[in-house]
Write a protein that binds this ligand. Structure first.
Ligand code: 1JT
Length: 256
């Protein structure tokens, strides 16, 4: 418990279950005193998110598929009505069809490409556009990325291309919104055993290999990603914008 986000309010996109990176982030932000709103993508995930959010006093849970412009507009209207103002936004949303995360990148279909880029990259820009006018006292936006945006990671394929677009979006948004004292940053997390990752072939083997090569000799914990998001939403990071912070136990600095 700390007071880094006392009287601050923000919204978190991408909680699906208690293993979600978005959920670990919610816990860090809540423990720092923030009031939180959550989205859920569809009826299937509503109960999960409502159950998790119950622990958080005065939280909001709102239906919103980030690819549905009407639902996005409606969500921000409700946030404006209930919160009056926004101080931060967490974007922890990604998707690509399973078949796109195996085999060669050259085999990526147009459909898989468009889906991955729309959900994983365009949604951040869309949400930022709606959130910025509510950040009347300045604010902080944080998205989640992965090393596959920078270097070729076997099987990450079109997600790497989507994350590269997301990282570039982080810089362009930071340039646009800086004059309003809105900072925009990304966390490049090491691999984490979430539900999304569980569908990935040989994910456990990869986790082990990454832990062996990382300077800290282990995998990153969701809480460490959440605490970095807390830092990026707090005044402690007031001079940082447009940055990609690696939270990966040092894995990215190694050549071999
Ligand atoms: C998605 C998935 C986005 C898994 C993701 C992701 N960002 C990181 N991961 C974990 C991962 C996945 C692969 C990988 C390394 C890490 C799955 C659902 C779609 C969105 O390749 C070695 C494939």
């Amino acid at each position: 418990m700390n007071n880094l986000l006392q009287d601050k309010r923000g919204i978190i996109f991408g909680v699906a279950n208690k293993r979600s990176i978005a959920w670990a982030t919610a816990k860090s932000l809540h423990d720092a005193g923030a009031r939180l709103a959550f989205n859920y993508q569809g009826e299937r995930l509503r109960e999960n998110v409502e159950t998790l959010a119950k622990d958080f006093e005065n939280s909001l849970v709102i239906q919103c598929d980030v690819t549905n412009a009407e639902e996005v507009a409606r969500l921000f209207e409700q946030v404006k009505r209930d919160f009056g103002r926004l101080d931060f936004l967490i974007h922890s949303v990604a998707f690509a069809p399973k078949e796109a995360l195996e085999g060669g990148y050259a085999q990526t279909s147009r459909d898989a490409f468009v889906t991955a880029l729309e959900i994983s990259a365009h949604s951040f820009t869309e949400l930022a556009r709606h959130a910025a006018p509510l950040m009347t006292d300045g604010g902080s936006m944080v998205t989640m990325t992965y090393y596959g945006a920078e270097k070729v990671v076997a099987n990450y394929n079109v997600m790497g291309v989507a994350k590269a677009a997301l990282e570039a979006s982080t810089r362009y948004l930071a340039a646009d919104l800086g004059a309003h004292n809105i900072r925009v940053n990304a966390i490049s997390a090491g691999p984490i055993q979430t539900l999304a990752a569980r569908g990935v072939a040989n994910f456990s083997t990869m986790l082990k290999g990454v832990a062996e090569r990382a300077p800290l000799k282990r995998n990153v914990e969701p809480r460490e990603v959440g605490d970095t998001a807390l830092f990026l939403c707090s005044p402690l990071s007031s001079g940082i914008t447009g940055e990609i912070i690696h939270v990966d136990c040092g894995f990215n600095i190694m050549a071999f």
